[in-house]
Design a protein. Structure first.
Length: 87
């Protein structure tokens, strides 16, 4: 969904670097895959065609954080209330 993004923090030899990959248009999504020493973050279309790909060495990745786009609250969303009220 547009606005979804993934933040990747890597070790760059004594310092850190942060990269952000974001779904830039409606209908696009951001996928994360890892294996064989690589972490791959791909922005792809609805049909699955990759638009942009970022690859990182898994040993250098310090943090990988997925940030979903803010979703508006719907009318039928349940109100969150505590199970028990304390005095």
């Amino acid at each position: 969904m547009k606005g979804d993004r993934v933040e990747v923090v890597i070790d760059a030899g004594g310092t850190t670097r942060t990269y952000e990959i974001e779904a830039t248009r409606v209908g696009r999504r951001v996928d994360v895959s890892h294996g064989r020493g690589l972490v791959e973050v791909t922005e792809s279309t609805r049909g699955g065609t990759p638009v942009r790909t970022a690859r990182f060495m898994a040993g250098r990745v310090l943090a990988l954080v997925e940030h979903p786009a803010p979703r508006p609250a719907l009318d039928d969303d349940a109100d969150v209330r505590p199970l028990r009220q304390t005095a």
